[in-house]
Design a protein around this ligand. Structure first.
Ligand SMILES: [Zn+2]
Length: 158
Protein backbone atom coordinates (compact mmCIF):
# COMPACT_ATOMS: atom_id res chain seq x y z
CA UNK A 1 0.00 0.00 0.00
CA UNK A 2 1.57 3.26 -1.12
CA UNK A 3 -0.60 6.26 -0.39
CA UNK A 4 -0.68 8.52 -3.40
CA UNK A 5 -1.22 12.22 -2.73
CA UNK A 6 -4.38 13.63 -4.27
CA UNK A 7 -5.58 17.19 -4.48
CA UNK A 8 -8.16 18.61 -2.07
CA UNK A 9 -10.35 19.04 -5.13
CA UNK A 10 -10.27 15.32 -5.95
CA UNK A 11 -11.07 14.46 -2.34
CA UNK A 12 -13.94 16.94 -2.12
CA UNK A 13 -15.37 15.69 -5.38
CA UNK A 14 -15.31 12.14 -4.07
CA UNK A 15 -16.71 13.10 -0.66
CA UNK A 16 -19.52 15.19 -2.11
CA UNK A 17 -20.55 12.45 -4.50
CA UNK A 18 -20.38 9.57 -2.06
CA UNK A 19 -20.70 10.56 1.55
CA UNK A 20 -23.87 11.71 3.24
CA UNK A 21 -22.19 11.78 6.65
CA UNK A 22 -21.07 15.25 7.67
CA UNK A 23 -19.41 16.59 4.57
CA UNK A 24 -16.34 18.67 5.09
CA UNK A 25 -15.72 18.01 8.76
CA UNK A 26 -12.06 18.00 7.70
CA UNK A 27 -12.32 21.77 7.15
CA UNK A 28 -11.86 22.05 10.92
CA UNK A 29 -8.63 20.06 11.12
CA UNK A 30 -5.16 21.57 10.90
CA UNK A 31 -3.03 21.02 7.80
CA UNK A 32 -5.06 18.25 6.11
CA UNK A 33 -3.26 15.83 3.80
CA UNK A 34 -5.24 13.97 1.14
CA UNK A 35 -4.27 10.56 -0.16
CA UNK A 36 -5.72 7.61 -1.98
CA UNK A 37 -4.48 4.03 -1.73
CA UNK A 38 -5.33 0.43 -2.58
CA UNK A 39 -5.39 -2.00 0.32
CA UNK A 40 -6.97 -5.31 1.29
CA UNK A 41 -10.02 -5.02 3.56
CA UNK A 42 -8.30 -7.18 6.20
CA UNK A 43 -5.20 -4.97 6.27
CA UNK A 44 -7.24 -1.78 6.34
CA UNK A 45 -9.37 -2.97 9.27
CA UNK A 46 -6.37 -4.28 11.24
CA UNK A 47 -5.62 -0.75 12.45
CA UNK A 48 -8.07 1.23 14.61
CA UNK A 49 -10.92 1.69 12.14
CA UNK A 50 -14.40 2.75 13.24
CA UNK A 51 -17.77 3.28 11.60
CA UNK A 52 -19.62 6.51 12.41
CA UNK A 53 -22.21 4.24 14.02
CA UNK A 54 -21.51 3.62 17.70
CA UNK A 55 -22.78 1.20 20.29
CA UNK A 56 -25.67 2.63 22.29
CA UNK A 57 -25.52 2.74 26.09
CA UNK A 58 -27.25 -0.63 26.37
CA UNK A 59 -24.79 -2.28 24.01
CA UNK A 60 -27.66 -3.72 22.02
CA UNK A 61 -27.88 -1.52 18.96
CA UNK A 62 -25.93 0.92 16.85
CA UNK A 63 -26.65 4.61 16.75
CA UNK A 64 -25.60 7.17 14.16
CA UNK A 65 -26.42 10.09 16.47
CA UNK A 66 -23.05 11.79 16.91
CA UNK A 67 -24.41 13.95 19.78
CA UNK A 68 -25.14 10.84 21.89
CA UNK A 69 -22.75 11.21 24.82
CA UNK A 70 -23.44 7.72 26.17
CA UNK A 71 -22.70 5.82 22.98
CA UNK A 72 -19.30 4.19 22.65
CA UNK A 73 -17.10 3.59 19.61
CA UNK A 74 -16.80 0.05 18.28
CA UNK A 75 -14.22 -0.99 15.68
CA UNK A 76 -15.17 -2.96 12.57
CA UNK A 77 -13.07 -5.81 13.97
CA UNK A 78 -15.19 -5.90 17.14
CA UNK A 79 -18.33 -5.64 15.03
CA UNK A 80 -17.31 -8.84 13.25
CA UNK A 81 -18.29 -10.77 16.37
CA UNK A 82 -21.62 -8.94 16.63
CA UNK A 83 -23.48 -10.23 13.60
CA UNK A 84 -26.74 -9.13 15.23
CA UNK A 85 -25.60 -5.51 14.95
CA UNK A 86 -24.27 -5.92 11.43
CA UNK A 87 -27.45 -7.59 10.22
CA UNK A 88 -29.57 -4.78 11.67
CA UNK A 89 -27.39 -2.23 9.90
CA UNK A 90 -27.53 -4.10 6.60
CA UNK A 91 -31.32 -4.26 6.79
CA UNK A 92 -31.30 -0.46 6.45
CA UNK A 93 -31.12 -0.95 2.74
CA UNK A 94 -29.09 -0.25 -0.31
CA UNK A 95 -25.49 -1.39 -0.36
CA UNK A 96 -23.46 0.04 -3.20
CA UNK A 97 -21.23 -2.38 -5.05
CA UNK A 98 -18.37 0.04 -5.56
CA UNK A 99 -15.07 -0.69 -3.87
CA UNK A 100 -14.18 2.69 -2.42
CA UNK A 101 -14.12 3.84 1.18
CA UNK A 102 -13.72 7.32 2.61
CA UNK A 103 -11.78 7.68 5.86
CA UNK A 104 -10.78 10.46 8.24
CA UNK A 105 -7.46 9.73 9.95
CA UNK A 106 -5.75 11.16 13.02
CA UNK A 107 -1.99 10.90 12.63
CA UNK A 108 -1.44 11.33 16.37
CA UNK A 109 -3.58 8.53 17.84
CA UNK A 110 -4.03 6.52 14.63
CA UNK A 111 -7.82 6.31 14.62
CA UNK A 112 -9.58 6.12 11.28
CA UNK A 113 -13.27 6.93 10.99
CA UNK A 114 -15.08 5.68 7.91
CA UNK A 115 -17.48 8.29 6.56
CA UNK A 116 -18.51 6.39 3.45
CA UNK A 117 -18.45 2.66 2.82
CA UNK A 118 -19.69 1.54 6.25
CA UNK A 119 -22.41 -0.77 4.92
CA UNK A 120 -20.06 -2.27 2.32
CA UNK A 121 -17.37 -2.93 4.92
CA UNK A 122 -19.92 -4.48 7.27
CA UNK A 123 -21.16 -6.74 4.50
CA UNK A 124 -17.63 -7.91 3.67
CA UNK A 125 -16.86 -8.41 7.36
CA UNK A 126 -20.05 -10.46 7.84
CA UNK A 127 -19.32 -12.58 4.77
CA UNK A 128 -15.66 -12.96 5.64
CA UNK A 129 -14.84 -11.47 2.24
CA UNK A 130 -11.35 -10.08 1.76
CA UNK A 131 -10.80 -7.93 -1.30
CA UNK A 132 -8.82 -4.98 -2.49
CA UNK A 133 -10.45 -1.59 -1.99
CA UNK A 134 -9.54 2.02 -2.69
CA UNK A 135 -9.41 4.29 0.33
CA UNK A 136 -9.76 8.06 0.00
CA UNK A 137 -8.26 9.50 3.14
CA UNK A 138 -7.81 12.84 4.82
CA UNK A 139 -5.14 12.88 7.54
CA UNK A 140 -4.25 15.45 10.14
CA UNK A 141 -2.32 15.62 13.39
CA UNK A 142 -4.95 17.92 14.91
CA UNK A 143 -8.70 17.29 14.93
CA UNK A 144 -9.33 19.18 18.15
CA UNK A 145 -11.77 21.62 16.56
CA UNK A 146 -13.70 19.02 14.55
CA UNK A 147 -17.40 19.41 15.40
CA UNK A 148 -19.09 16.16 14.35
CA UNK A 149 -17.76 12.61 14.40
CA UNK A 150 -14.06 12.97 15.10
CA UNK A 151 -14.42 14.08 18.76
CA UNK A 152 -16.18 10.77 19.46
CA UNK A 153 -13.10 8.80 18.42
CA UNK A 154 -10.00 10.98 18.64
CA UNK A 155 -9.26 12.08 22.20
CA UNK A 156 -6.03 13.87 21.32
CA UNK A 157 -5.71 17.13 23.19
CA UNK A 158 -8.70 16.33 25.44
ZN1 LIG B 1 -6.19 11.58 17.63
Amino acid sequence: MTPEPITPHEFVEFETTNSSAAHNEWLYCIDPKFTKYRIMVSAFLSSNVFPTYRLDKFGTSLTSIFQDKEASPITFVSLASRLDLIEALLREGFISTNDTVLAYHCERCGVRVVKDGIHRLCKWVAEGTDREITVYQVSSKNWERAPVDMPNYCRCGK
